[in-house]
Design a protein around this ligand. Structure first.
Ligand SMILES: *[C@@H]1O[C@H](CO)[C@@H](O)[C@H](O)[C@H]1NC(C)=O
Ligand SMILES: *[C@@H]1O[C@H](CO)[C@@H](O)[C@H](O)[C@H]1NC(C)=O
Ligand SMILES: *[C@@H]1O[C@H](CO)[C@@H](O)[C@H](O)[C@H]1NC(C)=O
Length: 222
């Protein structure tokens, strides 16, 4: 039996904890093989190097990459091939809505775990890219639609969830190297979608930090 994966991409921009509020912002690329064995992390990191965000620290327990011919970028990530995967080869035997519900429920658990570790975690979730074979894209779009109300329901001012659309404009035939993982063209497209979203998250973190510094200074003055 061929086991295929329905990808769930989630990406986090984590604020440093209060104790290290002046340290570099930490960013954790989190997801499955589309986070692990791809080159968009390299492209994203390179793009940040000419900006004020050059010292953002990519974090995660893994360092796998995909022969990106880039010896300089920060490879730390939390990409797990197979993680959050569900077996859709047997999709006809399963209640299709249940699969989407299961993934959404798994997302909720992840967000709760993240917020337990840092209540001010900033979270960016991607509506996932299409696949290049089979007829899975209907199911993928169903999941992508479900992500919006899910994110709205869990949104918090101190821990926003931003949704980005990695599906629209991504070609299952022209942007994937194997029907599943992005090739250079797909990595470029994904980077273009991630970039403004993570920069916005960094800006929010920076504004919060400036604010808390100002508050602290006021308290000292008072
Ligand atoms: C969550 O709130 C932020 C503002 O804090 C907003 O920018 C974002 O679009 C909201 N997310 C969703 C999914 O509505
Ligand atoms: C990406 O892969 C597709 C087919 O898998 C191919 O048609 C396209 O030329 C590739 N593009 C790049 C930039 O690698
Ligand atoms: C700054 O702090 C004030 C007072 O706590 C708060 O109302 C405001 O939303 C904060 N702004 C940011 C960007 O965190």
């Amino acid at each position: 039996m061929v086991s295929l994966k329905l990808f769930a991409l989630i990406s986090l921009a984590a604020t440093a904890s209060a104790q290290s509020a002046d340290g570099p912002i930490r960013y954790m690329p989190f997801g499955d093989s589309i986070t692990e064995i791809i080159c968009w992390r390299s492209k994203l990191w390179q793009r940040l190097q000419s900006t004020e965000w050059a010292n953002v620290n990519f974090v995660g327990s893994g360092r796998t990459e995909n022969n990106c011919r880039d010896g300089t970028y920060d490879r730390d990530n939390e990409g797990h091939s197979g993680f959050l995967a569900i077996d859709i080869a047997n999709r006809n035997q399963l209640d299709g809505n249940k699969q989407v519900r299961d993934i959404i429920n798994a997302f909720t658990k992840l967000v709760n775990t993240m917020r337990t570790s840092n209540p001010k975690m900033k979270i960016i979730v991607a509506q996932i890219i299409p696949m290049g074979f089979g007829n899975f894209n209907g199911k993928i779009q169903e999941l992508n639609r479900a992500i919006i109300p899910w994110a709205e329901g869990l949104n918090k001012t101190e821990s926003p969830i931003w949704v980005v659309d990695q599906y629209t404009g991504f070609s299952g035939s022209g942007d994937l190297r194997d029907g599943v993982h992005p090739n250079n063209s797909g990595d470029e497209k994904m980077t273009k979608v991630w970039y403004p979203a993570i920069v916005h998250a960094f800006e929010v973190v920076k504004a919060e930090r400036a604010n808390s510094t100002a508050m602290t200074e006021r308290e000292f003055v008072a």
